[in-house]
Ligand binder design. Structure first.
Ligand code: ZN
Length: 192
């Protein structure tokens, strides 16, 4: 995985890092790892997630491997801007569930000199780009694409297979509903 080199980080400016990938690819783990390092360096860190994600915990971000970090639940991107005035480092998890205003909010935070770390699903269960992630990837200085391992064939996987049939784009769940698949093994549930 691409590692940010702390000796070549920008100075006297903010920037945006995006961690994008399918479910079970370690996005949240990677986000937590970077935020923890910032905390150890005594930087003021705030973590946000959208209201929709109640998978494991209401006020923490939690990876599938059960690492966690306290987080603030917000309904709109604007709230992140209002709450982040004193923060130096902003973490945002499950960014695909925010409205498109998150793009402008991330830009504003970075323009104000803050380091902004954003993690999210880059594709929905059909393999279609999950807005606003494409826009966030376009404006970020640093991009990490995390890959999982296909549960069928063991190839690197970047697709989220939904195991139930639903017309909804968002069905909250974990390994009971989803698994990681490669391009070859991914299919639309309604096609089978
Ligand atoms: Zn496969």
């Amino acid at each position: 995985m691409h590692e940010l080199n702390p000796h070549s980080l920008p100075k006297e400016t903010g920037w945006i890092e995006v961690i994008a990938g399918c479910m079970f690819s370690g996005k949240t783990e990677e986000l937590i790892r970077r935020l923890r390092r910032a905390k150890i360096a005594k930087q003021i860190v705030l973590v946000f997630k959208p209201k929709i994600d109640t998978r494991y915990s209401v006020d923490e971000i939690v990876s599938h491997s059960e690492q966690s970090l306290p987080s603030i639940i917000v309904e709109t991107p604007q709230e992140i801007l209002e709450l982040s005035k004193d923060a130096q480092v902003i973490g945002i998890d499950e960014a695909q569930f925010f409205s498109k205003e998150i793009v402008e909010v991330c830009n504003q935070l970075a323009n104000d000199g803050k380091r902004v770390l954003v993690a999210g699903l880059d594709q929905d269960y059909r393999g279609i780009p999950f807005e606003p992630m494409p826009q966030l990837l376009a404006i970020a200085e640093y991009i990490t694409k995390t890959l999982a391992i296909c549960v069928v064939c063991g190839n690197p996987a970047d697709k989220t297979q939904r195991k139930i049939i639903s017309a909804e784009r968002v069905v909250v769940g974990a390994s009971d509903i989803y698994e990681a698949r490669c391009r070859k093994c991914h299919y639309l549930p309604e096609e089978n």
